[in-house]
Design a protein around this ligand. Sequence first.
Ligand SMILES: [Zn+2]
Length: 50
Amino acid sequence: MHEHGWLVESAHRTSEGIVQYVRCADCGVRRVDVAAVPAVVPGAVSRELG
Ligand SMILES: [Zn+2]
């Protein structure tokens, strides 16, 4: 296991939000992300703020 470095290959706007197809530049595994609100940074589920 390693910390994937996701790169966005393509993104599509749908009725549910922005669908992003991402791929790890290191190991090549792919993932699909959905951002419900386009204005919000995708994947900002939980983050610590200083
Ligand atoms: Zn990876």
